[in-house]
Design a protein around this ligand. Structure first.
Ligand code: FES
Ligand SMILES: [Fe+2]
Length: 375
């Protein structure tokens, strides 16, 4: 009797059944800001991070637990479930209940399936953000959370929000680390010729990058002029971006009358935190923080409107279009042209590549548009 092959390749060959998966571009071993503190209140909060569905639960003592977001029974979304007294989370499908540590604590239909436990993720609430660690728990070092303390400093007033983009997170990092686009994409709003011509310097301290643009002696962009008591003279303008892996940025931006100390002008600090949702979509938590007009609620809207307009109507369509143009190909496969002003964005990509692959991080010297070796 003829023996049958134990496994018959499916029609179209094995690749059809198990298409080769592109390697993940996430940096699991890093802190991802997943929500503003106030977003996680009494109801379960569902979010996907690095392709992993997660549910956040504010507990009765005020802390937050982060658990796997799918019920192990039939994979219902636990984020659509109910929070019950005693820090219990009830599945919306057949009512299994889970404790804050992920253990199944009640089964309305019979015995508790004792082996069942949802994965619990390390989570820290700091600087009004919830930071989640996707990778190995033993490597979740709280000291690795970048400094965003100004966001909760009582001498500052902060506005903040959340946006979503259908694009890979590194494409948005490119946008934020290269501020030359401001003169084109945001022309007439926050862009000026002085930004296009500004001096760009990139510095590295450990795994932190600084991409700084210094734009002296030009007219203030309309948004800045309005913020700065409708100042009509020339200003010195700075835009200094700090980057930490995987895509957590802090912008220090301001204007001052040309030649004057920056204390005589105004500064707005901003959080630009990108958290990968999937390989093709990103959560964007943004904030703007100021140390002037602390009681001026109307100014909050004057800031919010241009910030959201710039990203939603100007940056986002550009970045989502680029995502489509890449049609699933990687950045390297696209063989991008690298220009001198890409220093900040390209260094962030290289550093992230080193961290993802476990290579020793290269410490590169300062580069500046005034250096012969800049390219
Ligand atoms: S899917 Fe959750 S209890 Fe059935
Ligand atoms: Fe922009």
């Amino acid at each position: 009797m003829a023996t049958r092959a134990r496994s018959t390749p499916p029609p179209g060959g094995p690749d059809e059944a198990h298409p080769k998966k592109a390697p993940s571009t996430f940096l699991a071993d890093s802190w991802h800001a997943v929500a503003w503190s106030e977003e996680v209140a009494s109801a379960p909060f569902a979010i996907t991070v690095c392709n992993e569905p997660i549910v956040l639960l504010r507990l009765e003592d005020g802390t937050v637990s982060a658990l796997a977001g799918l019920c192990p029974h039939r994979f219902a979304s636990l984020g659509k479930g109910r929070r019950l007294p005693g820090n219990r989370l009830q599945c919306p499908y057949h009512g299994l209940e889970f404790g804050a540590d992920g253990r199944c604590v009640a089964n309305p239909h019979g015995a508790i399936p004792g082996v069942v436990r949802l994965k619990q993720y390390p989570l820290i609430e700091r600087h009004s953000l919830l930071w989640l660690w996707v990778g190995g728990e033993e490597r979740a070092d709280p000291a690795l959370i970048p400094d965003f303390s100004l966001l909760e400093d009582t001498g500052h007033r902060t506005i903040r929000g959340r946006l979503r983009t259908r694009a890979h997170y590194e494409l948005i990092t490119d946008n934020l680390m290269d501020l030359t686009h401001v003169g084109y994409v945001h022309e007439g709003g926050i862009g000026t010729d002085a930004i296009k011509d500004g001096r760009h310097t990139v510095l590295q301290a450990g795994t932190t990058l600084f991409s700084n643009r210094w734009c002296p002696d030009g007219p203030a962009a309309p948004v800045w002029s309005a913020l700065f008591n409708h100042y009509e003279g020339h200003v010195d303008h700075w835009l200094n971006m700090r980057w930490d892996a995987p895509s957590t940025m802090w912008l220090d931006v301001g204007v001052t009358p040309t030649g004057r100390h920056r204390r005589e002008g105004i500064t707005v600090w901003g959080a630009h935190i990108l958290t990968p949702e999937t390989e093709a979509s990103t959560h964007y938590l943004w904030a703007a923080c100021r140390d002037f007009a602390l009681d001026d609620k109307a100014l909050d809207e004057h800031l919010r409107v241009p910030i959201e307009h710039a990203f939603v109507n100007e940056d986002r369509p550009m970045i989502e279009d680029i995502q489509k143009n890449m049609a699933g190909r990687t950045f390297k496969e696209m063989r991008p042209l690298i220009l001198p002003f890409d220093q900040g964005a390209v260094r962030a990509r290289r550093l992230l590549d080193d961290l993802r692959s476990g290579r020793k991080v290269q410490l590169l010297p300062v580069s500046s548009t005034h250096d012969a070796a800049y390219q």
